[in-house]
Ligand binder design. Structure first.
Ligand SMILES: [Zn+2]
Length: 289
């Protein structure tokens, strides 16, 4: 346990080549294709080899475990699993889901887990919103609630449903409109698709950090493991998204306790720095949490 605390998630580990896995695409969560799981390090535009980034404690890459929606099963199963390993994660709360359990969530925060913002109502369809209306109806009330119970600070945000466009019109305008709503309040925001994040680009992409929900479609730890191998191979920052963590998967989005344990167990054997999203972001950008 001492070593785990000292080195975050990492123990002396191993690294194997990346397997190719093909998976489907769902409405909300786009996940990387098997073709994208190549082992070869990416090249920067000049054609030079990609140089490894220096991670804390001599680790080779980073992972943030994030849990969405403030679900009771996360208190029952995910938090104890993290506690057993001495790891800290990020919980993106929606006020409506967690307000009855606020004392338990406050205890989770006191343990050192990060509490992030996931809006008031978790709306997925946002074409009818202006920046101003979204801030007024979804962000401001949630921040007031979180500030009251978890202390005043700049938090991280997770886009509900992975929807990154706000209002009507073109995609770029919609994304800019959403980022305009987030920028004054949050340090960074997590979207729901894409490769592990390049540490050199995180500052520029802070309001669209890439992540996957590896068990959303299938209760199988392999996609998470392939994704984490890719982060290790490239020296990047992986962000994993989970929802309910339950003894038996009942439907899309659920992760069985068995799969969750296998993913955490795999991480424990690798040189991955495991830390909450805000902490990794702060480390990479020099910003104060
Ligand atoms: Zn959500």
């Amino acid at each position: 346990m001492y070593l785990q605390v000292l080195f975050g998630c990492a123990l002396v580990g191993f690294f194997r080549g990346v397997g190719a896995t093909m998976i489907g695409r769902r409405e909300f969560f786009t996940v990387i294709s098997g073709a994208a799981l190549a082992t070869a390090a990416p090249r920067i535009s000049s054609g030079q080899e990609y140089r490894p980034f220096a991670w804390p404690h001599g680790e080779r890459a980073a992972v943030s475990l994030t849990y969405d929606d403030g679900l009771d099963s996360q208190l029952e199963y995910a938090v104890p699993a993290l506690d057993r390993l001495g790891w800290k994660a990020t919980f993106f709360l929606t006020e409506e889901n967690m307000e009855k359990q606020v004392d338990r969530w406050r205890a989770v925060a006191r343990e050192g887990h990060e509490i992030g913002d996931h809006t008031l109502h978790h709306h997925c369809r946002l074409a009818g919103y202006s920046t101003k209306r979204f801030v007024r109806e979804e962000i401001a009330p949630t921040e007031r609630f979180l500030n009251a119970y978890f202390g005043v600070r700049r938090r991280t945000f997770a886009y509900p449903c992975g929807t990154i466009e706000l209002g009507a019109g073109g995609q770029r305008e919609g994304e800019e409109r959403y980022i305009d709503a987030l920028r004054p309040v949050f340090t960074a925001a997590r979207a729901a698709d894409g490769d592990p994040n390049d540490p050199r680009l995180v500052g520029r992409q802070r309001y669209q950090l890439q992540a996957i929900a590896p068990t959303y479609d299938r209760d199988d730890p392999q996609l998470a493991i392939d994704y984490l191998r890719k982060a290790l191979g490239w020296g990047r920052w992986a962000i994993l998204i989970f929802h309910d963590v339950v003894p038996t998967r009942l439907g899309d989005g659920d992760t069985s306790v068995t799969s969750h344990d296998r993913i955490l167990g795999w991480i424990a054997q690798t040189p991955l720095w495991c830390a909450p999203m805000g902490e990794v972001f702060s480390h990479l950008t020099g910003s104060v949490q």
